[in-house]
Design a protein around this ligand. Structure first.
Ligand code: GAL
Length: 413
């Protein structure tokens, strides 16, 4: 009895000390480009406004491969950050390690179940409990265009891959680079994903790259997707190896190159450079993909802390989903708010189109998860698929051999 009273007293003392405690929020992310850093700075401001300290844990490297390696080391050494940028099926993988905190209280209080589209909410839960908070919705199947380059080259903005080949050839004849690309595995995979979607459509994409159905992978459509990737590859410049994605975006911004295939975080770079959508640059769906939407939802998993400070973790999660943060963060980041029914009136035309297409493709069936951005496949398969695509891009591998390697990669599930 005495013992019980003592533990009750202790529990209430702890509860008191936690609620009056200004915590430290350490967030692992890979947002280091101009537009990304501006967006991350908004989160820092908000956390500080709540009385907490912000400890930045940025690991450079687009697509997050470096960040994931660093995260594993930190968690294994028993010292996880408050939160880390982890997305898609990897949330489940981390959940099964038993190292995550539970956000159910804040989720219930703030009605996340009705605030978020079910397709998003489900991914944020492990065994029915919220363990992650979503930040945004990025669309990956974009093509960024510098209209001045097209004008100078007398080229027409393409809507099919055959038109793309023609336009790219004209741009090169006029002495400019057709596609700005960075030869890094995740960027190669980003291009391949849009090509496969454009060539095969959303249904094929789902079967081959989400369900990993061997019949869909081993098909003339996948051969055609690799043939098309070979054609696209031919229009990339010789200096592409290792180039960061934001430097490639800069080439489109300053008129050195005509196009880039990249998710709408590229728009964050155009915005940071003061460029206006529809005038200085165009955002168009990659050829053949205008009825589809490859989504990439950034989210943060939260870790159980040694000091049991759940309040700071809850404050962080609540800040991420707050209306004000969603508005300003996403305008800087190029994405759209993940909250349902957010007022889009202050967003640019590309974002308005993205928000509308997210809803319409969800209804019509063209909404598919981005495999290049960790939304569709377990991490082992994602890595193996990425390797095949990069090998293909950097060798004379035939499309047939690439398909055989893809089947082997899919079998890693
Ligand atoms: C994506 C991530 C985006 C983005 C990009 C480039 O995987 O979801 O938020 O910034 O990488 O770093």
């Amino acid at each position: 009895m005495k013992l019980r009273r003592l533990s009750l007293a202790l529990a209430s003392a702890c509860a008191f000390s936690v609620s009056s405690f200004a915590g430290e929020v350490e967030v692992l992310h890979w947002w280091t480009s101009g537009g990304e850093a501006k967006s991350a700075a908004e989160l820092k401001k908000l956390i500080q406004a709540k009385g907490h300290t912000w400890k930045d844990f940025a690991v450079a490297g687009g697509g997050g491969d470096n960040a994931m390696t660093v995260l594993k080391t930190r968690v294994v050494s028993g010292n996880p950050p408050t939160a880390a940028q982890v997305k898609g099926p990897a949330i489940q993988e981390w959940g099964s390690e038993g190292v995550l905190a539970n956000l159910d209280d804040v989720a219930k209080a703030e009605k996340w179940d009705s605030l978020l589209p079910p397709v998003v909410a489900n991914v944020m839960k492990y065994q029915g409990h919220y363990v992650a908070v979503p930040v945004n919705v990025h669309r990956v199947n974009w093509m960024w265009v510098n209209p001045e380059v097209f004008k100078k080259a007398g080229a027409k903005v393409p809507t099919t891959w055959a038109e793309f080949d023609e336009a790219a050839t004209k741009i090169e004849k006029a002495g400019m680079i057709a596609i700005a690309h960075g030869g890094q595995p995740w960027q190669d995979n980003t291009v391949f994903e849009s090509v496969a979607l454009g060539v095969g459509g959303a249904d094929y994409y789902n079967k081959a790259f989400v369900k990993l159905d061997p019949k869909a992978i081993d098909s003339p459509t996948t051969i055609k997707a690799f043939d098309t990737l070979r054609m696209v590859r031919k229009h990339m410049d010789k200096d592409m190896p290792g180039r960061d994605w934001n430097l490639a975006t800069k080439m489109v911004i300053n008129g050195q190159a005509g196009m880039q295939f990249m998710g709408d975080w590229a728009k964050g770079e155009f915005s940071a450079a003061g460029k206006v959508a529809g005038k200085d640059y165009l955002c168009l769906a990659a050829p053949g993909t205008d009825k589809a939407f490859t989504f990439n939802i950034d989210s943060f998993i939260v870790f159980a802390q040694k000091n049991k400070d759940q309040k700071t973790t809850n404050d962080f999660a609540s800040a991420v989903l707050s209306d004000g943060f969603q508005e300003v963060f996403n305008q800087n980041k190029g994405s759209v708010p993940v909250r349902l029914g957010h007022d889009m009136s202050k967003f640019d035309d590309c974002a308005k189109k993205s928000a509308a297409d997210f809803v319409s493709t969800n209804k019509a069936g063209g909404l598919v998860p981005s495999f290049a951005h960790q939304m569709a496949q377990p991490s082992a398969v994602q890595g193996a698929v990425q390797d095949v695509v990069t090998q293909f891009m950097n060798s004379s591998m035939s499309s047939k051999d690439a398909v055989a390697k893809l089947i082997a990669a899919a079998a890693k599930k």
